[in-house]
Design a protein around this ligand. Structure first.
Ligand code: ADP
Ligand code: ZN
Ligand code: ZN
Length: 717
């Protein structure tokens, strides 16, 4: 009797054997999807071990119901990568494979490549462009995109409804495929870029990690494009990972300019159908360049030649729930397995990458000059102790804003907190609006007139009276972006304020609109969260104000200061106009803080030196490796007790196993949470310890009474 092993989308770290009928056996190859019975259900799984003669009794095994692919859907290289990741992250392979496939294919839909649709502008469409109202942005931008010639559907940023209306109106028509040609030729490299290219070229042959460090505007993207061009020229494909594509339309536009319609986009807000098409296009090689977020690192490229990770320090590369992987790290491992180069780009590299560059594992390429030379901004620490604060803004900062606006510049205020105020406080009795499900306070959102929990999403209208003492003296304490926006709008009534946070920026179009307002000078003041640190170009910006640098300094998260340094440097990088240095002001109550001083006086590089020394002294990454076992339960103490049991099973030795502790925010979304930290100087020892204990836990009956997970290389503790 023949049996095959199948990986199924269930949270178990093992494969499942099924009987295979003789006529099916030859066609059932590794990487094919099959439908199999599992419990009372029928599931779609991936064959991970082809049929073989079973040594023992197989009577109790069930039969494979159906083979879904004649050719393996998951290419051998991707399957191998997923197996590696399942092992490295101690995560069930079935769920790793699930992350590597778009939903439709995961559910067993046929892997059919849609005929490449293509559209062309009609004469009526051309005429309509002149008469169409400005308000019909979606239609306009669709027609505009076709002016230069027919384009593939995939290259058009239009919804099905928009496309339908344009077809119905006779403005566009289906056309034969005519991949548009690149519209722009590459500029001549600057001397610095030329040197970098020479360094990159020496590794054309195989695997190498290049850390490309350069301030915004120093020409990194141009180098990515060159490197991608080289891969394409040798018949290979290229992958460019970006933190959030919808926030960086400029990057995608530049790829299209250079590489035409061979550029595809892959991210989580696409429909499953659209994702499947890109997935299949990567697999058959027709997608020559893919720009994608985290999950694009799993695309089944036929002939991948280079991977670029833009903004490699960005935290969004790390998946923070379910299968917790780092797309940057997987990208590096994949490049290694494929023996191809990988480029990590950033103005503010992570400490891990800097450390790897220093120790010689990565090649370090530094771009020091901005292409269109604006000198680096002046950073000053502003001591706000004792100063009267107007909604969080001090008089010197307000004066600076006034001065810059008066001189025709623009000002940006950065604050990593959405909403109006983080706390609603009763002045009479001290009551503070709590979340009933989390150990957290509710944030007041004035615009929507709601109290919202930023941790579990719970919301409720703000009370008129204090629920505790009945007083009406409820105060909004602290400032969020909404409050800063209002304060500035009141104070500088003759200027317009544009707010950038996830409450205001709910779509690509909304972002584009606000960016256009800023570039055209229709708005002069920007207020926002980290959205503003994402590579946007603001040519008129001359002043950046960091509303509070303090949050990070007191944070319990060991990466908080690193992240603050990155944010401040990224945001500061937006300041400075044609030849004039920008100004950056950091408001703080701790002006003497040595790390803050280092950042302000000597910049991000010096801050990293200091932080690396600190991490070395405390034995934190990159000087050690960490893994976190997390557990959460409805019952208050169960999670902690569970981890105490786990702890006794981890063999002592090269691994330090800490006492389990409640998470920083112990209660969240109604669950009590706890965590167990493992640390080791040896990656192999850490992995051995986890690999020894995790399968045991999985078999425990008590493990089914709560949620638990493994986080290898956790981002925050
Ligand atoms: P970064 O990615 O580091 O922010 P970019 O590659 O976007 O830098 O370059 C900054 C600006 O300079 C862009 O407008 C780009 O088109 C332009 N640029 C880059 N390299 C050159 C070059 N060699 N010659 C002329 N312009 C260039
Ligand atoms: Zn009260
Ligand atoms: Zn909550």
């Amino acid at each position: 009797m023949l049996v095959a092993t199948v990986s199924l989308p269930v949270p178990l770290r093992r494969g499942f054997d099924y009987r295979v009928a003789a006529d099916l056996a030859a066609r059932l190859r590794r990487g094919c999807r099959v439908r199999v019975p599992f419990g009372g259900r029928s599931l779609v799984g991936i064959v991970v071990q082809a049929p073989r003669e079973a040594p023992g009794a197989v009577a109790e095994l069930r039969d494979i119901e159906a083979l879904l692919d004649e050719e393996p859907l998951i290419p051998a290289e991707l399957l191998g990568l997923c197996e590696w990741a399942a092992d490295y992250y101690l995560h069930p392979l079935g769920e790793v494979l699930g992350a590597a496939m778009p939903g439709g294919l995961r559910r067993g839909e046929p892997a059919r490549v849609a005929r490449a649709e293509c559209y062309a502008l009609t004469a009526a469409g051309r005429a309509a462009l002149d008469t169409l109202a400005d308000s019909r942005r979606a239609q306009r931008s669709l027609l505009q995109a076709l002016v230069a010639g027919p384009r593939a559907r995939a290259a058009l940023d239009a919804s099905a409804a928009v496309l339908r209306r344009a077809l119905d109106a006779g403005w566009i028509e289906p056309s034969v495929a005519a991949p548009s040609l690149p519209r722009v030729v590459a500029p001549t490299p600057t001397p610095e870029q030329a040197a970098a290219l020479a360094q990159l070229a020496t590794d054309d042959a195989g695997f190498a990690v290049h850390l490309l460090e350069g301030v915004t505007g120093s020409g990194k993207t141009e180098l990515y494009l060159r490197r991608i061009e080289a891969a394409l020229a040798s018949g290979r494909q290229a992958l460019l990972l970006a933190p959030e594509i919808s926030l960086t339309p400029q990057l995608e536009a530049r790829l299209r300019e250079r590489f035409g319609d061979g550029v595809h986009r892959y991210h989580s807000t696409l429909t499953d159908k659209a994702r499947a098409q890109v997935w299949l296009a990567a697999r058959d090689g027709s997608a020559r360049v893919v720009i994608g977020t985290r999950s694009a690192v799993w695309l089944p490229f036929a002939r991948l030649g280079v991977i670029v990770v833009d903004e490699e320090h960005d935290t969004s590369y790390k998946q923070q729930d379910g299968f917790r992987y780092s797309a940057r790290d997987v990208a590096i491992l994949r490049a290694k397995r494929l023996d191809i180069p990988v480029l990590l780009g950033s103005a503010t590299p992570s400490l891990e990458s800097l450390h790897n560059a220093r120790s010689g594992r990565y090649r370090h390429i530094t771009l020091r000059r901005r292409v269109h030379a604006a000198p680096p901004p002046r950073v000053r620490v502003l001591d706000v102790r004792g100063l009267p604060l107007d909604h969080g803004l001090s008089p010197p900062l307000l004066q600076a804003i006034e001065r810059h606006l008066g001189d025709g510049g623009q000002a940006l205020l950065f604050l990593n907190r959405r909403g109006y105020a983080p706390v609603l406080l009763c002045h009479a009795c001290g009551w503070r609006a709590p979340c009933t499900r989390c150990d957290a306070h509710l944030t007041l959102h004035r615009g929507r007139n709601l109290l919202i929990c930023h941790h579990c999403g719970a919301q409720q209208p703000p009370p008129r009276h204090c629920p505790s003492c009945g007083s009406t003296g409820l105060l909004a304490v602290g400032a969020g972006t909404e409050r800063i926006e209002q304060a500035l709008a009141n104070r500088f009534a003759q200027y317009r304020v544009a707010r950038f946070d996830s409450d205001r920026i709910t779509s690509h179009a909304a972002l584009e609109r606000q960016l256009a307002d800023i570039r055209a000078g229709r708005a002069q003041i920007l207020v926002g969260t980290q959205i503003l640190a994402k590579g946007h170009d603001f040519p008129g910006l001359s002043l950046v104000g960091i509303v509070s640098a303090d949050q990070a300094l007191y944070g319990s998260d060991f990466r908080a200061v690193e992240r603050m340094g990155q944010l401040v440097t990224q945001v500061a990088g937006r300041a400075g106009r044609a030849g004039q240095p920008g100004e950056v002001w950091l408001q703080t109550h701790e002006p003497e803080h040595p790390l803050l001083q280092t950042l302000a006086r000597h910049g991000y590089g010096a801050l990293c030196e200091a932080l690396l020394a600190e991490r070395r002294d405390t034995g934190l990454p990159p000087y050690s490796h960490l893994a976190l076992l997390r557990a959460e339960s409805r019952e208050p103490t169960l999670a902690l007790r569970f981890l105490q049991q786990v702890r006794t099973r981890v063999p002592a030795g090269e691994v330090t196993v800490f006492e389990p502790v409640p998470s920083i925010m112990e209660r969240r979304g109604g669950f009590a949470r706890a965590q167990l930290l493992l640390q080791s100087a040896s990656r192999a020892a850490l992995h051995r310890a986890l690999a020894g204990v995790v399968p045991q836990i999985e078999a425990w009956p008590q493990a089914r009474r709560l949620r638990w997970s493994v986080d290898v290389d956790p981002y925050d503790l």
